[in-house]
Design a protein around this ligand. Structure first.
Ligand code: IDP
Ligand code: MG
Length: 166
């Protein structure tokens, strides 16, 4: 089945200049990139993204991680990949959650580590199932930022302030 998945290159990936290598590893899956942007992660976005982990002991540290407070780098690269079995293919290339248990040839196995706080610093995020992918893609991207009619969307009139170039 053709499906979409969200990938986030986390702040450690950017800090260590791993973006190029990560993208070329992911390109081996033969998927299409249908959305991509650099995002400054707000506390609100971080909390929504990781809401299912809010009871975990590592949650506070995880929020600091994704908002860049651990790396002095509040920037992530968010991407949407689309194609046959995209979720599984990307998870395989990413490696398992714990970087010490991940295949050494996977992204997390090659570049991840466990911090002294116990947090898994594992370089990228990848959606783990269809439902999660849809929720996450809708959280991180507006319909117009994706060059493919992925999920139903509607036109709405909004009157709000917008920043424009001088
Ligand atoms: P995933 O990123 O492989 O889908 P999740 O369970 O969704 O794993 O956890 C989100 C993130 O929280 C992980 O990528 C990792 O950075 C961190 N994390 C998850 N489980 C643990 C743990 O047991 N100890 C420390 N950090 C963890
Ligand atoms: Mg997850």
């Amino acid at each position: 089945m053709e499906e979409a998945t969200l990938v986030i290159v986390k702040p450690d990936g950017l800090k260590k200049s791993l973006t190029g290598d990560i993208l070329s590893r992911l390109s081996k899956a033969g998927l299409r990139i249908i959305g991509a942007k650099v995002v400054k992660v707000s506390l609100e976005l971080a909390e929504q993204h990781y809401h299912h982990l809010k009871d975990k002991l590592f949650y506070k540290e995880l929020i600091k991680y994704i908002t860049g407070q651990l790396h002095g780098e509040n920037r992530v690269l968010a991407l949407v990949y689309y194609g046959e079995s995209a979720i599984k293919k990307v998870r395989e290339i990413a490696g398992t959650t714990n970087p010490e248990e991940a295949e050494p040839t996977s992204i997390r196995g090659a570049y991840g580590r466990i911090l002294t706080s116990g947090l898994y610093e594992n370089v990228i995020h990848a959606s783990s199932n269809l439902q999660e992918a849809e929720r996450e893609i809708k959280l991180w991207f507006e319909p117009e930022e994706i060059v493919y009619p992925l999920y139903p969307a509607r036109i709405t009139e909004v009157s709000s302030k917008k920043k424009v170039w001088l």
